[in-house]
Design a protein around this ligand. Structure first.
Ligand code: KG4
Ligand code: ZN
Length: 339
């Protein structure tokens, strides 16, 4: 079954063709990240305007690279939530137009479910159940993937998402957007114990909180400035990365231990972080757990993951009419019957 995936929830305009949720035939991505970097973060209106310009070429490229005509597709899957609403609506409306013109089924896909499905493209043998840390610019969840379309959220951030914390700390340190890659790069030259940073308290056993950590970085930078000293950017980047990676890895491993999970996974943009991957890998090996990581190219936003999850949503009968709307927020365990 050939599914076209369409993704436009943030600053990537993407289209991809995937067969049976597992085999990638093509993946086209246009990004406005360089333009967004001029403003230090994503400006929603700029994102929407770039999606409008890029979506048709992205879909045409994905179809051409896969050697597939619209008539040969079995369904059209699109990110319909969560995300910047003006950005989401561009993809939803394009997918609706294509579904209307071709008569193909329209499959709404939750963006975070998509991030998890990126794992199916990297690990053809991976099947639920498994435990997954989904960490992106907007979300940090520890999710039990019970079935391909059934999820239970065990923990979440109570304030900033992990990626958001990287982005804000990068800004404080004068490093470019997006913060994850730039903090990581700076950290390579730094001492991870150069600055003592706090572990903020979070209410639930698998919840996380990063706001206090971000503020601690800001305070240290301001105090250094007041003393007329320069903050040691590589040391601060390394200390921050070490702390956030330790918190995320510990929470995931604790959830695995308590729930008796046999397989652990990472997903989302932050899953590209080398230190996080190393810490989770060490912990999984010690505990005798299997670890599946998405290939780095599939951690960030892409449409292959949307087409992959679209396959499982379609198989579960989760299609939508041409009245489909987009949503800025929606829990990962939403009821498809209510959409
Ligand atoms: O999943 P994603 O591409 O988009 C959202 O759904 O938000 O995640 C983007 C986030 C950004 O905050 C970015 O700074 C972060 O992922 N990120 C990283 C790394 N690469 C991207 N964070 C830590 N380390 C990285 N290597
Ligand atoms: Zn994402």
């Amino acid at each position: 079954m050939l599914i076209l995936g369409i993704e436009s929830s943030c600053d990537e305009t993407a289209a991809a063709v995937v067969e049976d949720g597992r085999t990638l035939h093509s993946s086209a991505i246009a990004t406005s990240v360089a333009e967004q970097a001029l403003y230090g973060g994503v400006v929603p209106e700029i994102a929407s305007r770039r999606h409008i310009e890029s979506i048709s070429p992205a879909v045409q490229k994905a179809l051409a690279d896969a050697g597939v005509s619209p008539a040969e597709l079995d369904a059209i899957a699109v990110t319909f939530a969560p995300g910047l609403i003006g950005a989401v609506l561009v993809g939803v409306n394009f997918a609706k137009g294509l579904a209307c013109a071709t008569g193909k089924p329209l499959v709404p896909v939750h963006h975070l479910r998509g991030h998890i499905a990126a794992l199916y493209l990297t690990h053809p043998e991976l099947k639920p159940p498994f435990l997954c840390l989904v960490a992106s610019g907007g979300h940090s969840h520890i999710v039990k993937v019970e079935e391909y379309t059934r999820f239970a959220v065990l923990g979440r951030t109570v304030d900033d998402a992990a990626g958001e914390a990287f982005d804000k700390v990068a800004r404080t340190l004068g490093l470019p957007y997006p913060g994850g890659p730039s903090v990581s790069k700076a950290a390579r030259q730094g001492n991870p114990h150069g600055y003592a940073l706090p572990t903020p308290h979070a209410p639930g056993p698998y919840d996380v909180s990063f706001s206090g950590l971000k503020t601690a970085v800001l305070n240290a930078v301001n105090q250094a400035r007041m003393r007329g000293e320069a903050v040691r950017v590589p040391d601060m980047a390394a200390s921050f990365q070490e702390k956030i990676a330790c918190i995320l890895a510990q929470k995931l491993l604790a959830a695995a231990r308590d729930t008796g999970a046999a397989t652990l996974c990472l997903a989302g943009g932050v899953a590209a972080n080398g230190r996080l991957r190393t810490l989770v890998n060490e912990g999984a090996q010690k505990a005798g757990l299997r670890l599946c990581l998405p290939e780095p190219a599939l951690c960030g936003d892409n449409a292959a993951m949307i087409a992959a999850q679209g396959y499982y949503e379609y198989c579960a009968g989760h299609t939508a009419s041409l009245n489909l709307n987009g949503y800025a927020t929606l829990p990962i365990d939403y009821n498809p019957g209510e959409i």
